[in-house]
Ligand binder design. Structure first.
Ligand code: FPP
Length: 248
């Protein structure tokens, strides 16, 4: 396997036609990365943003079409207030700082989750960034913020029930295809590959519906240390898998 770290071009051992279309990432290990260096946890999140930016560039360079990142779960509100506030401010700052570059890079950014409980100034920045990149034709970058897979499913059920109550939908019309239209991720393909860093073997309420047939790749590497070489390894492992979707 090619061991180069800053590979601009697709590594020679990867087959372009068998790359995942959509990669989702659970960016775990920021806090531990910082603690190992005697730094405050927030420094791990700062470094984590750099990792995410590098991964986006890598997806662009290697021709992937969609990246979804789990930035803040519905359960993350239970963290110390200082850390939660830091993260909310960080998200807002990144959006302000990176918007022009995202437009220039033709990135289409979208946020999924219960966005209405986020700070109003962040909501405004989210709305603005989504509107400004709506026409972009490049990579589809989705950020799950205040996101929970169970909450998303309940939210969809309530919306469907309301349609039925209003007489606009019949129960027998409910199908998998229809259900998907009520998910936050409507219009986004299901992830082909789900990567989790820092070695935890958990899904943590991420994209429960959407990852039904995703390949899962877990690495011990902490998120701030995840780089192109690590991504290369994940894609290499993915290409060695045989996706059967329940068939033989
Ligand atoms: C998990 O590590 C990481 C997070 C909860 C935050 C991740 C967010 C970013 C990297 C910023 C992305 C921002 C945008 C707007 C795209 P952890 O704190 O759970 O680490 P630990 O398990 O070591 O404690």
């Amino acid at each position: 396997m090619n061991q180069g770290i800053w590979l601009q071009d697709l590594p020679v051992d990867l087959e372009p036609e068998r790359l995942p279309h959509h990669v989702a990432v659970i960016m775990d290990g920021n806090g531990r990365w910082a603690q190992h260096r005697n730094l405050p946890r927030i420094m791990g999140h700062r470094k984590g943003v750099e990792t995410l930016k590098e991964l986006l560039r890598c997806c662009r360079d290697w021709g992937l079409k969609a990246l979804t990142a789990y930035a803040f779960s519905s359960e993350n509100w239970g963290r110390p207030l200082e850390e939660v506030n830091f993260l909310m401010t960080l998200f807002e700052k990144i959006l302000r700082q990176e918007l022009q570059e995202m437009i220039a890079e033709d990135i289409q950014i979208r946020f999924v989750g219960n966005l209405s409980s986020l700070p109003l100034s962040l909501q405004a920045e989210i709305k603005h960034s989504m509107e400004m990149t709506r026409q972009s034709q490049g990579i589809k970058f989705t950020v799950a913020t205040n996101y929970g897979g169970r909450q998303e499913i309940v939210h969809a059920c309530k919306a469907i029930a309301t349609q039925i109550q209003k007489g606009l939908l019949k129960p027998e019309e409910i199908s998998e295809g229809l259900f998907e239209k009520y998910l936050y991720t409507v219009g986004i393909s299901h992830p082909d590959l789900l990567i989790r860093t820092s070695g935890e073997m958990r899904i943590s309420n991420f994209l429960l519906w959407q990852i039904a047939y995703s390949e899962i790749y877990v690495t011990e590497t902490l998120w701030p240390d995840f780089n192109r070489h690590e991504f290369h390894q994940a894609l290499y492992a993915y290409q060695k898998r045989e996706r059967r979707f329940g068939k033989i």
